[in-house]
Design a protein around this ligand. Structure first.
Ligand code: SAH
Length: 220
C-alpha cells in the first residue's frame, strides 16, 4: 500500500481526522493514548474505497457480509473502559470484523488475540494490520463465544458483537481482576457491560446503551 493511501488526502487527511478526535473529546473520551490512536489509525483503509470519504465520520459503515466497522466513538469508549480498569498484558478481542478496533487497541496492550467467525473478513483484517506494521496480534478464524483456551487466562476480553446473555466461557477465561467488556441484549435494547472477575464473585457495571450486531455461533 502506498504512503499516500495510508496518510490520506482530502476527506481522509489529518485535518479531517482531527475533527473526529475533537468530536470524541466533546463526547467525553479523555484518554490521550486512545485519542492518539483514533487520530493515527487510517480508518479509510478498512472500508471500501467508495466509502473512504466517510471514514472519519463518527458512524458505523458497511464492510460486507452484513457486518459493519464499529463507530469510532464506540471503539474509543470501549478501549478507554478497558485500559482504565486494570492490567492489559494479555487481551482477547471477539469479533475482529475489518480489524479497525484491533488496530486501535493493539499498540496499547502487550499481546492481543482476536477471533472472527467470518473467514474472508479475518483474512482482510490480517492483511491490513500487516500493512500497518502491527505485530503483536494473533488471529483466529472461529467462534469467539468459546474464547481461546490456549492463550487464557486474559487480563481483559473485549466483545464487539452482542450476545443475549453473558457468555460464561469468557468469564471463565478471565484472570482474577480481569475484565470482560461486552454489549448484552437484543437489537435495539443493548447495554454495554463491564464484568470484573474477583476471587469469589463477578462484579457487573453498566456503561450505558449501545447498538451492536448480534454475536452468532459457528463459523462461515
Ligand atoms: N470492531 C469491528 C466491528 C466488528 S462487527 C471493526 O471495527 O470492524 C462484529 C463482528 O463480530 C462481525 O465481524 C461478526 O462477524 C463478528 N462475530 C459475530 N459473532 C461472532 C462470534 N461468535 N465469534 C467471532 N466473531 C463474531
Amino acid at each position: 500500500m502506498s504512503d499516500l493511501r495510508l496518510s490520506g488526502i482530502g476527506m481522509t487527511s489529518a485535518r479531517t481526522r482531527d475533527r473526529l478526535v475533537q468530536r470524541l473529546r466533546e463526547h467525553g473520551v479523555a484518554n490521550f493514548a486512545v485519542l492518539d490512536r483514533i487520530r493515527n489509525v487510517p480508518r479509510h483503509i478498512f472500508v471500501d474505497e467508495a466509502l473512504g470519504s466517510r471514514a472519519y465520520e463518527d458512524t458505523a459503515l458497511p464492510i460486507g457480509f452484513g457486518q459493519t466497522i464499529s463507530q469510532p466513538y464506540i471503539v474509543a469508549r470501549m478501549t478507554e473502559a478497558l485500559l482504565e480498569s486494570g492490567a492489559n498484558d494479555n487481551v482477547l478481542e471477539v469479533g475482529t470484523g475489518c480489524g479497525y478496533q484491533t488496530a486501535v487497541l493493539a499498540p496499547l496492550v502487550a499481546r492481543l488475540q482476536t477471533i472472527e467467525r467470518i473467514g474472508p473478513l479475518l483474512a482482510r483484517a490480517r492483511l491490513r494490520l500487516k500493512e500497518l506494521g502491527i505485530r503483536n496480534v494473533r488471529f483466529r478464524h472461529g467462534d469467539g463465544t468459546l474464547g481461546w483456551k490456549a492463550h487464557a487466562p486474559f487480563d481483559a476480553i473485549l466483545v464487539a458483537a452482542a450476545p443475549l446473555t453473558v457468555p460464561e466461557a469468557l468469564i471463565k477465561q478471565l484472570k482474577v481482576g480481569g475484565r470482560l467488556l461486552v454489549p448484552i441484549g437484543p437489537d435495539g435494547q443493548q447495554e454495554l457491560v463491564r464484568f470484573t472477575r474477583r476471587e469469589q464473585r463477578v462484579e457487573r457495571e453498566s456503561l450505558g446503551n449501545v447498538a451492536f450486531v448480534p454475536l452468532l455461533g459457528g463459523t462461515v
